[in-house]
Design a protein around this ligand. Sequence first.
Ligand SMILES: Cc1cc2nc3c(=O)[nH]c(=O)nc-3n(C[C@H](O)[C@H](O)[C@H](O)COP(=O)(O)O)c2cc1C
Length: 183
Amino acid sequence: MDFLELVKKRFSLRKYSSKKIDRELIEKCLEAARLAPSACNSQPWYFIVVDDEKLKNDLADIAFSGIYSSNSFAKKAPVLVVVVNEKSNYVARVGGFLRGTQYSLIDIGIAVEHFVLQAQELGIGTCWLGWFNEKGVKRYLGIPKSKKVEAIVSMGYPPEGVVPGEKKRKNLDEIRKYFTGER
Ligand SMILES: Cc1cc2nc3c(=O)[nH]c(=O)nc-3n(C[C@H](O)[C@H](O)[C@H](O)COP(=O)(O)O)c2cc1C
């Protein structure tokens, strides 16, 4: 598929059919994430895939309860992928400190977007989820308190009839200029 077409096709899917996702396909998405670039090739990510129905439902109940319940639609997704921020390597951390940047967040953003675009290419919808009960998720999955869970990705096949809405984005003119030497 033409890359820009793929990008245009991807949207945040918030309704899912009950069709299960083959692990082989999940592995393909993870492979796309694995190959993502990262500052100093630090690869500061770890993915916990929850595709067992009961475990996924239990996780969703914890992750999307109370003030996080606006994301409870994600319980209907057959798969939840929890993205953990692993410690960057020393050079990336020192570089990030000197630049006042946390490279690991940039790196994870790229890796997860690789993941979701690969999923889209396979006809699988996804939704990035940044609003969830992190403490509860860590406790449930046995992730050490010291680590940060940056995102959860819900994934599933779109139910029949669900089509992407219009993309609401800034115009190109609002987000770029070609530098002409004038400041
Ligand atoms: C880091 C990040 C966190 C997000 N968190 C949520 C979320 O908690 N709940 C949700 O429904 N969508 C979430 N989204 C999806 C955005 O709302 C969505 O990408 C944006 O509105 C553009 O729509 P589109 O993905 O359909 O093109 C998140 C997206 C990103 C990149």
